[in-house]
Design a protein around this ligand. Sequence first.
Ligand SMILES: CCCCC/C=C\C/C=C\C/C=C\C=C\C(=O)SCCNC(=O)CCNC(=O)[C@H](O)C(C)(C)COP(=O)(O)OP(=O)(O)OC[C@H]1O[C@@H](n2cnc3c(N)ncnc32)[C@H](O)[C@@H]1OP(=O)(O)O
Ligand SMILES: NC(=O)C1=CN([C@@H]2O[C@H](COP(=O)(O)OP(=O)(O)OC[C@H]3O[C@@H](n4cnc5c(N)ncnc54)[C@H](OP(=O)(O)O)[C@@H]3O)[C@@H](O)[C@H]2O)C=CC1
Length: 340
Amino acid sequence: VKIIIRIFDAESLSTSNALFTPCLLQLFGNGTAVLRKSDDDRAPQARFFPPLQEPMLLPGTFKNKVAFITGGGTGLGKGMTFTLSSLGAECVIASRNLDVLKATAEEISSQTGNKVHPVQCNVRDPDSVKATVDQMVNDVGLPDVVINNAAGNFISPSERLSANAWKAITDTVLNGTAYITLDIGKRLIAAQKGAAFLCITTIYADSGSGFVMPSASAKAGVEALCKSLVAEWGRYGLRFNIIQPGPIKTKGAFSRLDPTGKFEKLMIERIPVGRLGTVGEIANLAAYLCSDYASWVSGATIKIDGGEYSFMAGEFNSLSLVTKEQWDVMEAIIRQTKGS
Ligand SMILES: CCCCC/C=C\C/C=C\C/C=C\C=C\C(=O)SCCNC(=O)CCNC(=O)[C@H](O)C(C)(C)COP(=O)(O)OP(=O)(O)OC[C@H]1O[C@@H](n2cnc3c(N)ncnc32)[C@H](O)[C@@H]1OP(=O)(O)O
Ligand SMILES: NC(=O)C1=CN([C@@H]2O[C@H](COP(=O)(O)OP(=O)(O)OC[C@H]3O[C@@H](n4cnc5c(N)ncnc54)[C@H](OP(=O)(O)O)[C@@H]3O)[C@@H](O)[C@H]2O)C=CC1
């Protein structure tokens, strides 16, 4: 019994449970300015799971197609734009920072040879969304692919959030997705043109999550929006799918969700594949779901997280830390037990 107590007292300090111990206090001891690369950013088993990042679909899969990607200037949006553009799409990328969009558009089109159009857009503002869609229609026509990827998020105890903090996140994630989808959807229906919509949510859209409550609420709303339209707008030639990514190391996410760089190791310890995901892996899944190879896929919600969600959900999963010798002791104790 003493051994078991020692196992769960000592080893829990080095697991994700450490978040619930006084160790948490140490995480912020070094200040919050540095977004540092971890010294040890892979577990040994990651060697079995190499990330293949190059576009996997056939060249020309998106030839003569127009793809509209919100938040396409950075992170996952930039990666999805690169992959779609490599496969022949003419892409329109939209977000608030026009300089970033222009730089990304130039970088991608110079590599793929296909046009990428940067358009300034604040998805929180329906008038800005309308102006953006007007410009897209004028420049390249209505899209075949719409990716709702723009988002805002930061970690914070909910009791520290102002009404405006809640509004900043939910306006971007939920209302932004609604404004984009309604504006483009209505025009597609009027024009009798089909399209594939994709929403990027997150693994905690199902479970909720403390410390990112507005994001969790808004992402759950985005999923309800998509699933509702699967049923309602299929008859117009529109299909809707959802990708729930686990952690991918983008500057936008990690600077706001792991500001000290101390959570990364804890995350990797709870990802069965032993590493973070990569932008290219998300981009390949997104390209498949938005391509005609996935014409019969509508209403799918796909987790791509190296098994993290399943690991966190299972009551006993942290027992993977128990050693063979410790199992020998515990098995002996269990076998000696008679009756109830
Ligand atoms: C166990 C540990 C796990 C670690 C996990 C690590 C990695 C990730 C793993 C999984 C990720 C899963 C999901 C990820 C989801 C994402 O969405 S990541 C994408 C993140 N990208 C972005 O957020 C980009 C865009 N963000 C922004 O523009 C800004 O960050 C912001 C969302 C704040 C909006 O900016 P802006 O419009 O300029 O707003 P304001 O600065 O005016 O702020 C609005 C109100 O919000 C308050 N506020 C801002 N920051 C904080 C904070 N840190 N804490 C509390 N409150 C904050 C601000 O004060 C304003 O309110 P008031 O007007 O003052 O009332
Ligand atoms: N990285 C990760 O670990 C995970 C990310 N995700 C999701 O992936 C998506 C991309 O995130 P990621 O690439 O990591 O982070 P980024 O911060 O790089 O991407 C967010 C994008 O949204 C744009 N954006 C934010 N607010 C607005 C707005 N009001 N109007 C228009 N565009 C806006 C930003 O551009 P700008 O500032 O120019 O407006 C930025 O390009 C998000 O939906 C996120 O929730 C989900 C799970 C995990």
